[in-house]
Design a protein around this ligand. Structure first.
Ligand SMILES: [Ca+2]
Length: 126
């Protein structure tokens, strides 16, 4: 019962590359910051992914700043597998070079409470 109440997604949304799916422009450098409540983590699901390999890429970092740890760097037309952050902030950096484009990407993000918080709560109830 309590498990259900505290494993609900509290935030979700979509990140699209510019002009998706018509193809993004050249010389792009975009950053998205996805932040959820403190103590929660963020889950990314890649619905569609097509970037010109190896010149255009999407880098996913676990944190807010430019020097946060990289947890994934993706290019090409293969859909990356799901990702989950270790912190409550994900930084997505998209870079495109001076020519050629793919469809771009369509990513769904969602956030759930950490298990650590869940266990603590169950302990308190017990
Ligand atoms: Ca390109």
């Amino acid at each position: 019962m309590f498990l259900v109440a505290f494993s609900l997604s509290c935030y979700h949304g979509t990140v699209l590359s510019p002009d998706y799916p018509e193809g993004y422009g050249n010389n792009m450098n975009c950053v998205w910051l996805i932040q959820s409540d403190p103590g929660s983590r963020i889950h990314l699901a890649f619905n569609d992914f097509d970037l010109e390999a190896p010149y255009d890429s999407l880098t996913v970092k676990d944190g807010e700043t430019n020097d946060a740890p990289v947890i994934g760097r993706f290019s090409g037309a293969e859909n990356p597998s799901h990702l989950t952050s270790n912190t409550n902030t994900l930084r997505l950096e998209f870079q495109a070079d001076h020519s050629m484009s793919g469809r771009g990407f369509n990513i769904t993000y969602s956030s759930t409470y950490q298990f650590k918080l869940l266990f603590l709560l169950l302990f308190l109830i017990a």
